[in-house]
Design a protein around this ligand. Structure first.
Ligand SMILES: NC(=O)c1ccc[n+]([C@@H]2O[C@H](COP(=O)([O-])OP(=O)(O)OC[C@H]3O[C@@H](n4cnc5c(N)ncnc54)[C@H](O)[C@@H]3O)[C@@H](O)[C@H]2O)c1
Length: 383
């Protein structure tokens, strides 16, 4: 019988995403044949009610209001940090200095300067595995498109579109929270919140844009604060970035990145569309089973084929291939990739798609920082 390596984790920030990790770890027996498993042994959150709720879900852990308790815990091998963006640089670099492997939430720093500080920390600790959370590419449809890209099946790339669309902010009575305030979320606004989701797959494909034209909009200017008093809602709600990829007229193509908190009708729609001279493919979590592909052959009909994918996950699971895949599955698959890479290294992984790297997160900052300058100057900005 093969032994399972346990990775002892500390969680810093036990809110929405901290709980998603706890849920994924708690149902690890959903995965089949993986020889590594996470075990959460410590957690920190200064909000008492949040920490209590977390410890009820993960009993027996060492819980603290102070993140240093997790970082100084010698039994903690790796940490997951899921805190508001203004704390990323301080906490991520502290985790690296404490010698912990790190899964860190996007955007990996509140702004470019914070990201550069984190990247210095990463460079100073090359023996630690550091990855940035980005789960949507683990949907089976996205994985199939990743394979097409790896195989070079697209021919010359004509255009790529990727984005994440929400609609809950369409409700003007939705209370203010930190994600709508510049001090905590950053000037990027929706790009900080949603941007890594849009940028990850294009960046993994090597499609780093050379320039950007940004269209950023603020729709709801105030939201109810404590006691219902209106509080300024400062951050960008929606962003459309029209970028150009490629450095010669023979290879260049447009990359359109969309990040919207106010996209009517959408509930967490992540989509990726790639169009090429030899093949094209489209996937959206709106239709999570469905992959559309088209192969172009001269003289043959240009017909899209529609395929129900089922549960064909990167890491095998108990769910039969005939059933559906969903958001919690994507989160768990991402965590499987992180644990697999931590245990076996990039080249020893069971499947080829590793989690988003610090370098990819840094590239996304270069895009979003240029987008802010493009918005200010109404100009196309070189990246
Ligand atoms: N990957 C995704 O799909 C996804 C989705 C949502 C949010 N996020 C990211 O996750 C991060 C957290 O977002 P969230 O939605 O979980 O926010 P949240 O507000 O639900 O949780 C953040 C938690 O951090 C805690 N916190 C604040 N200061 C802390 C400190 N010093 N030490 C420990 N905990 C502290 C807060 O009390 C809160 O409980 C952000 O970077 C966000 O962009 C990622």
């Amino acid at each position: 019988m093969s032994t399972v390596r346990t990775i002892n984790f500390g969680v810093i920030g036990c809110g929405l995403m901290g709980r998603e990790f706890a849920s994924a770890a708690a149902r690890w027996n959903h995965l089949v044949g993986l020889d590594v498993a996470p075990k959460i042994i410590a957690a920190a959150d200064p909000d008492r009610a949040t920490l209590e709720r977390f410890t009820r879900c993960v009993p027996g852990i060492r819980a603290s209001a102070d993140h240093l308790a997790v970082l100084e815990d010698p039994e903690v091998e790796a940490v997951y940090i899921a805190v508001p963006h203004h704390l990323h640089a301080e906490l991520y670099t502290a985790a690296l200095q404490a010698g912990k492997h790190l899964m860190a939430e996007k955007p990996f720093g509140i702004d470019l300067a914070a990201n550069e500080r984190i990247m210095r920390g990463v460079a100073d600790h090359p023996h630690l595995l550091v990855r940035c959370s980005s789960e949507f590419p683990f949907y089976p449809g996205a994985q199939r498109i990743a394979s097409l890209i790896r195989e070079g099946a697209l021919g010359r790339v004509l255009e790529v579109r990727c984005g994440l669309l929400h609609s809950s902010d369409l409700d003007p009575s939705k209370p203010i929270n930190w994600k709508r305030q510049t001090a905590f979320n950053g000037e990027y606004g929706c790009m900080g919140d949603l941007g890594m989701h849009a940028a990850h797959m294009p960046l993994r494909a090597g499609w780093m844009p050379r320039d950007v034209r940004a269209l950023l909009t603020k729709v709801v200017r105030e939201r109810p604060g404590p006691g219902g008093t209106p509080v300024p809602c400062e951050t960008w709600d929606n962003a459309v970035l029209a970028c150009m990829v490629g450095d010669s007229p023979d290879t260049e193509f447009p990359l359109l990145l969309e990040m919207k908190r106010i996209a009517p009708g959408h509930t967490n729609t992540w989509f990726l569309e790639v169009y090429g001279t030899a093949a094209s493919a489209r996937f959206s979590t709106r239709f999570p089973r469905t992959l559309e592909t088209m192969r172009y052959e001269r003289g043959r009909p240009q017909a899209w084929s529609v395929e129900d994918l089922g549960y064909h996950s990167a890491y095998p699971a108990i769910t039969g291939a005939i059933f559906e895949f969903g958001f919690p599955d994507a989160i768990q698959q991402m965590w499987a990739a992180f644990c697999d890479e931590l245990a076996h290294g990039r080249h020893g992984m069971r499947q080829p798609f590793h989690c988003a790297t610090p370098e990819e997160a840094a590239q996304s900052h270069a895009i979003f920082d240029a987008a802010l300058r493009s918005q200010k100057t109404s100009a196309c900005v070189k990246i």
